[in-house]
Structure formats: C-alpha cells, structure tokens
Ligand binder design. Structure first.
Ligand code: SF4
Length: 383
C-alpha cells in the first residue's frame, strides 16, 4: 500500500489514518479507497478510454444526436467500469480513442451553457457569450484558492481542495460569502489546462482526492470536465456541492465522480426558498442524491440549523435513512451566523444564533431513531 507524501497526518489528523481501520467505512467507501491508494483508476480515466464514432465537437451534430452518442457510450462505460472494478480488466488494456465519452460530456456541458441550464435555476444566461448568470459566473473558470485541506472528514484528509468562485444558491448565512457572492468574480480566471495542472500538483503532493467546491462547483461543470481531458494523474474526483444541478448536468457528471460530498440542507422547500432563494429544493436535491447514490459512494453532510430541527434536520435524516442507507453521514454542529444573518439578525431571527446543546442532542437522538447506529470519527452509518 503506497501512501503519498502525507505523513504529517499522524500529527495533525491522526483520525485520517485510523478511520481506515473501521471496516464499515472501508466497505462503504471501497471504490474511493481503491482509487485513493492507486489500486484502481479514477473513473474519468476510464471515461477517456470509451471511444465514440463521431466527432462530438462537430457543430452539425444536433444536441439530440449528442445525447444518443452519450447514452450509448455510457452503456459501454458501465460494462468496462464493472470489469475494472471486479479486477477482470486493467486500464492499460484499453485503447486510447480519438474521441471519447469525455469529449461528448464536455460538448454537452458547453451546450447547456448556451442558454444556461446547468443548474435548476435554469436562468438562461448566455454564458458562452460572456453573460453572467444568477451564480455570477460567465465563460471563465474562476479559482480563488487551492490547497491541502485538513479540516474535511477523516477519510478525505488531506483533501486537494479547489475553491471556485460564484454559487447558484444565495444562502443568507453563507460561510464563504466572499468567494460565493461579494467577490465571486475577483479570483483568478484559469484555463482548463491550468486547472488540470492544479489538480496534478495537488495529487502528486499527497492529496487523497480533488475536492471541487466553492461557492459551488456546479457553474463550473464544463470547465472541470474539460480539465480532465488534460489530466493523466490518477486523482479521485470529489463533488462537494449543494446538488442543485439539472438532471442533464447530473447525467453528464455522474460517470466521472469517484466520491460525492453533497450537502443536504433543508427538509422544507419554504426554508430553502427563504434562506437560500432556491425553489423546489427538496425534489431537486433528493432526485440528485439518488442519482449520485446509484452511481457511486457518498458522504452526505447535513448542517444542523438552529430552530430547524423539526422542519429540516428530521426530514433530511429520515429521507437519507430510507433512500440512501449505505451513505456515510456527517451531522454537522458548527453552524454560526455569517453574511446577511450577521448584518441583519432581526430579519432572520431563527438562524441568528449558534446551536443549543439540546438541539444537536435531539439531532443525534433522531439519527439513532431512524437507524444510524454506528458513530465513528464524527461519521454516522447504518449497519
Ligand atoms: S449555473 Fe449559473 S448561469 Fe447556469 S443556470 Fe445555474 S445560476 Fe444560471
């Protein structure tokens, strides 16, 4: 077993090492673990080996034709992926095609940006012409910072985290309000080649994964996919998101993600609309969690909000327990008022304070009531 250059974990985050001695964690995150240890190739490397017999960048191909090309190639990808997973096939035995499934995904994602429907806001911004959408992003990949994050969940640390600008949510309590809202466009506009170089540098220097986050990575979907064309380092891809993507974006994305880190915030559409200006939240988030669950492994985050135990925490935990029971869950207690809530606490009195001990205890009690029995390294699992 080869450990990249992250010996310092023993000092800063010993749990990042000990977590892998928990059998249930290793079982639930088995694919990610194998890629992280370089025992298996990241999914995007497999997607790049699935050939298509047309040039996806040919503008005479209609979007419907592209989707047909995509769906046929995904069928082939799934067969190859299963063989590689079972150890019956190795990546090196596959040819490198002229055009691959990844090229199709890149082109489809770009077409979604023409009148943008990358996320469920479907705000129709003509992003390829330089017009910014509700997320404040146009046709540039804006990166604010990237580094080895040692504050993430133990199985992910050190996480090669890339913070993109902008966000398709407008959370009034956003902890990253500077890069998601106020200074969203003031990061560095990077080429997709540079984005690949950033990922290679993070991984080669010991990151266990590439953690796409923001703001939210969703507005950057096409750029992230295109960067994978230039990335030849085995780097597990992690999607750290509010999961407010359209179903088309999910279809494009799901085959390249090795581990999902979704944030399941609200159990009530009214709360989502008031606090994040997101409509139909529960339908969209639950649909996308299911797509992610069927395509891979997940650590689901739920940030407990003060005064939102009954309307949000309990419905979310119940839904996870019933619909994605093999997911690992992080019930987060670190909420603090920030951004608009900090400036106008009277407008949002429900979320204008930190959690009470009784609230987080009730969240944990309810997690046990709906079947989450194993609690280790701050992570909850159903046995
Ligand atoms: S990703 Fe941005 S531009 Fe695209 S639909 Fe969502 S908010 Fe609008």
């Amino acid at each position: 077993m080869r450990e990249r250059n992250n010996d310092y974990l023993a000092f800063y985050r010993p749990d990042a090492l000990s977590v892998w001695f928990v059998d249930l964690i290793k079982e639930r995150l088995n694919w990610y673990y194998s890629v992280m240890r370089d025992l298996k190739p990241a999914k995007f490397l497999i997607v790049k080996r699935v050939g298509v017999d047309a040039n996806p960048y040919d503008k005479s191909l209609s979007t419907e034709e592209l989707w047909r090309l995509h769906d046929d190639a995904v069928g082939e990808f799934l067969k190859i992926f299963s063989s590689i997973r079972r150890g019956e096939l190795r990546l090196g035995e596959l040819n490198i095609p002229k055009y691959s499934l990844l090229d199709v995904k890149v082109e489809l994602a770009k077409r979604l940006m023409e009148e943008c429907s990358i996320c469920e806001r479907r705000c129709s911004a003509r992003r390829l012409e330089g017009v910014a959408g509700v997320c404040l992003m146009a046709n540039e990949c804006i990166v604010h910072s990237y580094f080895h994050h040692i504050g993430e969940e133990a199985p992910l640390v050190p996480s090669g985290t890339i913070f993109y600008g902008g966000c398709n949510f407008k959370c009034v309590f956003c902890q990253n309000w500077d890069i998601s809202q106020v200074k969203a466009r003031s990061g560095l506009a990077v080429s997709t080649l540079d984005l690949a170089r950033i990922q290679a540098e993070l991984r080669r220097s010991g990151a266990r994964n590439i953690n796409h986050v923001g703001g939210d990575p969703t507005p950057h979907l096409a750029f992230i996919l295109e960067s994978l064309k230039y990335l030849d380092v085995n780097a597990p891809q992690l999607w750290n998101s509010n999961m407010y993507l359209t179903v088309e974006s999910m279809k494009i994305l799901k085959d390249v993600i090795d581990i999902w880190l979704p944030d399941f915030k609200y159990g009530s559409n009214a709360c989502a609309e008031r606090l994040s200006k997101a409509q139909r939240y529960f339908e969209v988030a639950s649909r996308n969690h299911l797509i992610a669950y069927e395509s891979g492994e997940m650590i689901i985050r739920h940030l407990v909000l003060p005064n939102h135990i009954e309307c949000c925490t309990k419905p979310v935990l119940k839904w996870i327990s019933e619909n994605t029971p093999r997911a690992v869950v992080n019930i987060m207690d670190q909420y603090r008022p920030e951004h608009i809530v900090l400036r106008s606490p009277d407008k949002y009195p429900d979320v204008s304070r930190r959690l009470k001990y009784s609230e987080i205890s009730e969240a944990y009690r309810y997690a046990e009531e709906v079947g989450f029995k194993v609690h280790t390294h701050d992570l909850w699992l159903k046995p």
